[in-house]
Structure formats: structure tokens, C-alpha cells
Design a protein around this ligand. Structure first.
Ligand code: NDP
Length: 265
């Protein structure tokens, strides 16, 4: 069998200007939704530290978004703040259009913005069901549609969706959240099939219990007993998986769901 010589020249021609550590490559633009706090903030910091210009989205908490941007800039990176509600289609599309007008491209999209509003099904009001679906699942559609159009034109893109073990296993008290996150897994797999021939990868990271404001009201001491690794995860551990999917090392990986859950699934 003929052996293939994967020298540096072959490697570069397979992956034109995608390497953010290549000083000749133009800076990639990344959009991270829900980057003012928690996992999204860590993802934004990691992407900026690996040479990307990061658009830091938030919906309410401007001060926290400014803290994310300051941390990016203090570390020598670049970014900007972009407020919009991912659950609102008009706002999302206007924001994406504005980024594309300014930068001409978005190479990396991390659909991270999410909320939980837990209640047993028998007590769940229709608005609680709808709001969680609108943010966690329709938010993906609202933000991704125009971004992916641009990626197809540019023949390059990396999309990472943040799902959850609740979407994989189902969680009592979370029919809304579990349904939205399971939907996101389906959308990840379907979109990857639509666009992978255009050098666009679409993957999902599925965290377990991560220490953020979202989980601060949960009895984490009890929950960790059920986790094989006997501890909650950190936003940094989730961000590492996201940055991996955005790297050249992951250029042939698409349609995958990577668990960062301490062994729960
Ligand atoms: P946090 O509650 O700490 O942060 C949520 C972020 O999402 C904030 O930046 C918030 O902005 C933003 N956000 C919320 N709603 C909207 C909206 N409508 N439009 C734009 N931004 C919005 O959450 P985590 O960091 O814990 O979670 C991040 C993602 O990871 C979510 O998708 C979550 O479902 C998922 N996840 C989290 C797990 C965990 O254990 N923490 C486990 C599994 C998945 P603002 O500050 O302005 O409110």
C-alpha cells in the first residue's frame, strides 16, 4: 500500500489558513453566545488565548460581559461585546449581520447560551416549557442560520453546540431542558451532514454537573456522590473540549457529541 507522507506542506495545503498559531494566517472571528459568565466566559477566554477575535454575547448582564472582555484584553487578546437575546430571531439575525458587516466572516460559532427552569411536568406552566425551548434550542436556529450561510460561502467553519447529559439521559424535573438539549443533539448531527462537504464541522460538547451560577442552587454535595469521578466539573474543563473542536487537530471530526461529565454517561 502506498504510504502517505504527511509533511508540513501537505498538512498546510489540506487546511488552508486555519491555524491560529500561524502568524501569516488572518485572525479568525469567533462568536460565543452567553459568554458573560460560566462556561461561555471560559470558552471566550480560551478562544482569545489561541488567537481568535472573540465576540462576547450576553443578554442582561453587561457588567459581567465587560469583565470577560477585560480578562481577554489583559491576557493580550482581542474581542468585543455584542448584546442580544438568542431567543429573539430578529435581534439574533441583526447582531450576526452587524458582525459580518464589520469582520466579513465568522469562522467559529459556539452556541452556549442557555437557561434552566426546573419543575415536575404536572406543575410546569406552558411559558416555562416555551422559554427554555426558545433559548436553548430555537436560539441555536436563530444564531446559526446566517452564520452558516457565511461559512458555506467561505468554505470553512467550526460550530460547537453546548448540550447536556440531561439531553442524553433525561432528567426528572427537566422535561423542558432535556427536550431542548436532546433537540440540539439532533440538530448538531443533521447540520453536520448538510455542511461537512464545505469544510464546516458541527459538533457538540455535553457537560455533566459544572460549577457555575446555573448549578449553584443544586445540592452539589449530594449530586457528586452519583458522579463516578466524585466531583463536579469546572468551566475550564468544558472549554478545553470546545477549543479542541475548533482546532486543526479536530479537522476531520464532525457530527460528534463529546461528554465532559466525570463518567456520568
Ligand atoms: P450560566 O447561567 O452560568 O450562564 C449563562 C450564560 O448564558 C450567561 O452568559 C447568560 O447571559 C447567557 N444567556 C442566558 N440566556 C440568554 C439569552 N436568551 N440570550 C443570550 N445569552 C443568554 O450557565 P452555564 O455557564 O452553567 O451554562 C452554559 C451552557 O452550558 C448552557 O447552555 C447550559 O445549558 C450548558 N450546561 C451547563 C451545565 C452546568 O452544570 N453548568 C451542564 C450541562 C450543560 P447574562 O449574563 O446576560 O444573563
Amino acid at each position: 500500500m502506498e504510504s502517505i507522507n504527511f509533511n508540513e506542506r501537505n498538512y498546510k495545503s489540506m487546511n488552508p489558513s486555519t491555524n491560529p498559531t500561524d502568524p501569516n494566517a488572518p485572525k479568525q472571528t469567533a462568536l460565543v453566545t452567553g459568554a458573560s459568565r460560566g462556561i461561555g466566559r471560559c470558552v471566550a477566554l480560551d478562544l482569545a488565548a489561541t488567537g481568535r477575535h472573540v465576540c462576547v454575547n450576553y443578554v442582561r448582564n453587561e457588567a459581567a460581559a465587560r469583565e470577560t472582555l477585560s480578562a481577554i484584553e489583559e491576557a493580550g487578546g482581542s474581542g468585543e461585546i455584542i448584546p442580544f437575546d438568542v431567543a429573539d430571531q430578529a435581534q439574533s439575525e441583526a447582531a450576526v449581520k452587524a458582525i459580518l458587516e464589520k469582520h466579513g466572516k465568522i469562522e467559529i460559532l459556539v452556541n452556549n447560551a442557555g437557561i434552566a427552569d426546573d419543575m415536575l411536568m404536572v406543575r410546569m406552566k406552558p411559558e416555562t416549557w416555551q422559554r427554555v425551548l426558545d433559548t436553548n434550542l430555537t436560539g441555536f436556529y436563530n444564531v446559526t442560520r446566517l452564520v452558516v450561510k457565511n461559512m458555506i460561502r467561505k468554505q470553512f467553519g467550526r460550530i460547537v453546540n453546548i448540550t447536556s447529559t440531561s439531553g442524553q439521559m433525561g432528567q426528572a424535573g427537566q422535561i423542558n431542558y432535556s427536550a431542548a438539549k436532546a433537540g440540539l443533539i439532533g440538530a448538531t448531527k443533521a447540520l453536520s451532514r448538510e455542511v461537512s462537504s464545505r469544510n464546516i464541522t458541527v459538533n457538540a460538547v455535553s457537560p455533566g454537573f459544572i460549577e457555575t451560577e446555573m448549578t449553584e442552587k443544586l445540592p452539589l454535595e449530594k449530586i457528586v456522590e452519583t458522579i463516578p469521578m466524585k466531583r463536579a466539573g469546572t468551566p475550564r474543563e468544558v472549554a478545553s473540549a470546545v477549543t479542541f473542536f475548533c482546532s486543526d487537530q479536530a479537522s476531520y471530526i464532525t457530527g460528534q457529541i463529546l461528554g465532559v461529565n466525570g463518567g456520568i454517561v
